[in-house]
Design a protein around this ligand. Sequence first.
Ligand SMILES: NC(=O)c1ccc[n+]([C@@H]2O[C@H](COP(=O)([O-])OP(=O)(O)OC[C@H]3O[C@@H](n4cnc5c(N)ncnc54)[C@H](OP(=O)(O)O)[C@@H]3O)[C@@H](O)[C@H]2O)c1
Ligand SMILES: *[C@@H]1O[C@H](CO)[C@@H](O)[C@H](O)[C@H]1NC(C)=O
Length: 319
Amino acid sequence: MEALGALGAVGAGAALLLGLYALLHYYLGVATRCRNAVSLRGKTVLITGGNSGIGKATAVDLARRGARVVLACRDKARGESAVYDIRRESGNSEVILMILDLGSLNSVRAFAQSFLESEPRLDILINNAGVFMTGQTADGFDQAFQVNHLAHFLLTHLLLDRLKRSAPSRVVTVVSSMHVFGKIDFQTIHKPVEGIWKAPLSYGNSKLANILHVRELANQLEGTNVTCYAAHPGAVRTEIGRSIPWWLHWSFSFMQLFSRDCDAAAQTSIYCATEEGIERLSGRYFVDCQAKVPSPQARDDQLAKKLWEFSERLVGLTT
Ligand SMILES: NC(=O)c1ccc[n+]([C@@H]2O[C@H](COP(=O)([O-])OP(=O)(O)OC[C@H]3O[C@@H](n4cnc5c(N)ncnc54)[C@H](OP(=O)(O)O)[C@@H]3O)[C@@H](O)[C@H]2O)c1
Ligand SMILES: *[C@@H]1O[C@H](CO)[C@@H](O)[C@H](O)[C@H]1NC(C)=O
């Protein structure tokens, strides 16, 4: 009798846990889908880090809409294998690879030059590549700061005339809700830090910088028909945690219990890239295909302008 009671209690407990998991999974895992059927025939899309995760899922969708898709990736073999997959999944053969390593500003300049020489249009730029790690780049900056923010800042600048000439055109930058943990300290934000435990801070800072970049860019682009958006994908099962040590993997695995897949996570990027009529929301932060309010620092126009000028100096556009 007692054994049966215990069994019942265990059963009820298990059912409760399962229900709780289903509920959490529903709220965190089920993304709002981008429902428009906008065609991108005749348009050119450039996606950084399009060989994996959210970028790859975004590339498949935009290729299905008929766009010419350029993947900007650092690794030739991984890039080529993604091009193969994306062509097969989308049925669009106009998917090509160009090499870009955001960890090197010279690579960004060389990439922009060859892109401008070979591609007459740029309708949609998706600043998607990102790292969650610490350490130093070839240029001596913090990895997350440079790869996530500074290199995309320079890339966007170098491609801006082509975007203007192709207007109406768009820039979508993939950001994160983790920007709320970030802060912009001009004494330290660009300086490399060591130790993986500092990665969440570095990452948060870089994602805050991304949102501020989008904000100031929108101000500067007013009246040009080039608009820009910051898109948060939600928590996603991707390879972004690859550089965290094995003994910390459990924390990522635990979070991944509640995360969505890449196709679901790509929806907000796709929405910002294609949805008609959102131009008046240029410069805003989007979650689940809706404009949302980011942290107070991410809405600070003065800070956005200061970060812009700081970034210009770091990449050598001004002295
Ligand atoms: N996963 C999440 O839960 C989550 C949440 C919020 C925001 N995000 C954001 O989503 C974006 C995409 O990340 P993901 O989750 O899809 O991760 P992912 O699967 O690791 O993809 C990141 C992409 O960035 C590329 N990349 C990294 N460093 C690069 C460099 N130096 N030069 C050129 N490309 C580089 C990677 O190329 P390789 O394959 O060569 O490394 C890869 O293609 C990032 O901006 C990330 O911050 C992710
Ligand atoms: C922006 O688009 C509108 C509507 O198509 C057009 O009338 C206007 O001339 C465009 N402006 C620029 C600067 O291209």
